[in-house]
Design a protein around this ligand. Structure first.
Ligand SMILES: Cc1cc2nc3c(=O)[nH]c(=O)nc-3n(C[C@H](O)[C@H](O)[C@H](O)COP(=O)(O)OP(=O)(O)OC[C@H]3O[C@@H](n4cnc5c(N)ncnc54)[C@H](O)[C@@H]3O)c2cc1C
Length: 617
């Protein structure tokens, strides 16, 4: 069984050769952070994965959680690892320094989250949700809230959660029943009563306090979205010294037994069973969903990053196995009983599966880091038009990265099992855990079906389609640029066709909607999102390949390799040339093997078929 590993060269290529994140230091917000510091963060994250998180991955899955005496107990080793993780400062990596964070660009948080999630997804729920909950308090809390909670949460001394879901309010969050009754409304103090389900990191034995961010309706407020408010509800109230004081009437009712993420507690929580649960309003009465929506882009990109991590880890494991596992002879020697037995990586069908995984993994990383980078550029831009350019890209990219990367992470794990054969189906080799763990990503933080409706219903048509056009213009400037006449010309032609397919499909939906047909778009929103995702991944991988091609040519010139020379020996000897050559191959593979899905999906959307609506099921 191979250990967890990451293609650190590809991570660095994305950050430093492609996005040039070191240039973010040009902006006041990030002037303290240069490329060298960011490189150190990447190295430190990899060490943390190798030495702290990955060794607990298997034990967490096998041991799972204990729910005893009303408390959740994590598997052995998790508490110690959590203390080391929080002391390293990861929870507040991208939070503002004045709040107790480290102030790094969001893209650095993104890249480290992807690595951590690949090394141990279950472990990452507690710190990840703490980062998100602290973000809500930072954005919407008062100075008093900041002083009480942010330092404790960003240092990881206290953890946080997001409490939206109830038994009768899953996707339809505004149907929630949890109620808030005024105690001292002028000071924002209410009593909370209700039950939340599926709360990740809702209880554990890592810290002395947990701060829940709870959506509830103030007694008498209107039904639906407008009546939903957001409350800080700690398990223990802060005392006069700011420490964890008396208990706040929050009870852990139980935990779920799940397909995957066995070491991540998914809790049912009861608030106010004894009528003594205080909640502190933030963001204003009736503004709860608005606050959550503001945080949603970040949360959805975070789920995409979990997919990135799992796809990458699956690929690395399958690749290492395929290089070692000897089985059969090369196809050209199939009739020779004395032929040497080869590693399965020599078989074309195994290579195709590996390349598919490589393309999904590198494509997910490229698209999600680009989305995070757009968020950084939106934050640093001062000129309104420039700000919009990045903001609109974040808006369109968010549902796409969430759904595409989560679906394709599951697919990558499944392909990994295929590469390993029967051993892939067995626990010992780890791929089956990745598959089980990955399934949750398409379900929470808005199911992938809901992401597709968000893209089509809320983003594509908004502002006369300008958001979508902003993204397509970025694609256009590459497709119509100099690279179209270079060695990637055929791939760029394929991209141009995919772009046309996405644009004309969107136009078709718009025409139907103008005639009052909302249902056809809702029926086909998922294939549309998948088409758009394929286009964006194809664009980014090919754009990266153009950069890699230039770097490869420079490298070969430096090595004195002639243009017509056989590259085999050079690639065998030089890791950098091998990496760059592989980067170009990945884009070609994506454009010729995966991108054609766009055509098939377009033809399904164009069919006009409504059998799924007409049939009696
Ligand atoms: C392991 C785990 C961890 C979780 N962590 C948290 C957490 O920390 N905090 C939290 O608040 N919640 C959490 N959740 C809850 C999660 O976000 C919900 O499960 C999810 O929002 C879906 O709600 P539901 O399960 O009730 O499904 P439903 O809402 O019942 O949906 C069932 C199906 O119907 C579809 N559907 C529903 N409504 C529509 C619609 N209007 N249009 C089209 N399709 C629709 C959905 O796409 C889905 O396929 C977690 C869930 C799990 C399993």
């Amino acid at each position: 069984m191979s250990e967890w590993s990451v293609d650190i060269r590809d991570v660095r290529f994305n950050l430093f050769d492609f996005l040039n994140v070191g240039d973010l230091s040009k902006y006041e917000l990030y002037q303290e952070y240069d490329a060298e510091m960011m490189g150190d963060v990447v190295d430190a994250a990899r060490d943390q994965c190798t030495n702290l998180l990955a060794p607990l991955q298997e034990v967490g899955d096998a041991t799972g959680l204990r729910f005893e005496g009303g408390r959740v107990h994590l598997p052995e080793g998790f508490s110690k690892a959590y203390q080391a993780f929080r002391e390293a400062g990861w929870i507040g990596l991208s939070h503002r320094v004045e709040h107790g964070g480290m102030g790094f660009p969001f893209v650095m948080n993104a890249v480290t989250q992807a690595m951590f999630s690949g090394a141990n997804l279950s472990f990452m729920f507690t710190p990840g949700l703490t980062t998100g909950a602290a973000g809500l308090i930072a954005d919407f809390g008062t100075e008093e809230h900041h002083a009480t909670y942010l330092g404790k949460m960003l240092s990881g001394e206290w953890t946080g959660t997001m409490c939206l879901t109830e038994a009768g309010a899953g996707t339809a969050v505004p149907d929630l029943k949890t109620a808030a009754f005024p105690v001292d409304p002028d000071k924002g103090v209410y009593k909370i009563k209700g039950q939340k389900v599926f709360i990740s990191a809702g209880d554990h034995d890592l810290t002395e306090n947990i701060v829940h961010m709870v959506l509830a309706r103030v007694d008498g407020d209107p039904a639906g979205a407008k009546g939903v408010s957001l409350f800080i509800v700690p398990v223990r109230r802060a005392d006069a010294a700011g420490s964890a004081g008396e208990f706040n009437d929050v009870t852990t009712v139980g935990i779920e037994h799940k397909l995957g993420i066995h070491a991540s507690p998914t809790c049912t929580l009861s608030f106010g069973d004894n009528d003594d649960c205080l909640g502190y309003l933030i963001g204003g009465k009736g503004q709860g969903l608005g606050c959550m929506f503001r945080m949603m882009n970040e949360a959805r990109i975070a789920v995409a990053l979990q997919g990135v991590g799992l796809a990458a880890a699956s690929y690395q494991k399958a690749l290492a196995y395929a290089k070692e596992r000897v089985q059969g002879t090369h196809i050209t020697e199939m009739r020779n009983p004395d032929a040497a037995r080869v590693a399965i990586i020599e078989h074309p069908d195994v290579r195709r599966n590996l390349m598919w995984m490589k393309a999904l993994s590198e494509g997910s990383l490229a698209m999600t880091l680009y989305a995070a980078y757009c968020a950084d550029r939106e934050m640093t831009a001062t000129e309104p038009k420039e700000k919009q350019r990045w903001e609109y890209q974040v808006e369109i990219l968010t549902p796409i990265v969430k759904a595409w990367c989560s679906d394709e992470a599951f697919r990558a794990a499944e392909l990994g099992i295929q590469v390993l054969g029967g051993y892939g189906y067995c626990r010992e080799y780890g791929l089956e855990q990745y598959l089980r763990d990955a399934k949750i990503l398409s379900l929470y933080e808005g199911t992938n079906g809901i992401q597709a409706l968000d893209l089509l219903g809320r983003k594509i048509g908004r502002k006369g389609g300008v958001m979508m056009m902003t993204v397509l213009n970025e694609v256009n400037s590459f497709v119509n640029g100099d690279a179209a006449n270079g060695p990637l010309a055929a791939e760029i032609v394929a991209l141009g066709k995919a772009r046309d397919a996405v644009a004309s499909t969107a136009m078709g939906f718009a025409q139907r909607m103008m005639k009052g047909d909302m249902v056809y778009g809702a029926l086909h929103a998922t294939p549309f999102l998948q088409m758009f995702g394929d286009l964006l991944v194809g664009w980014l991988l090919t754009k990266q390949a153009a950069t890699a091609q230039d770097m490869l040519e420079a490298k070969l010139a430096e090595l004195g390799v002639a243009a017509d020379q056989d590259l085999g020996p050079v690639l065998a000897d030089h890791a950098e040339a091998r990496y760059l050559h592989g980067k170009v191959a990945t884009a070609k593979f994506f454009c010729h093997h995966i991108l054609p899905r766009v055509r098939a999906r377009k033809s399904a959307v164009d069919s006009g078929d409504t059998s799924a609506l007409d049939v009696v099921l």
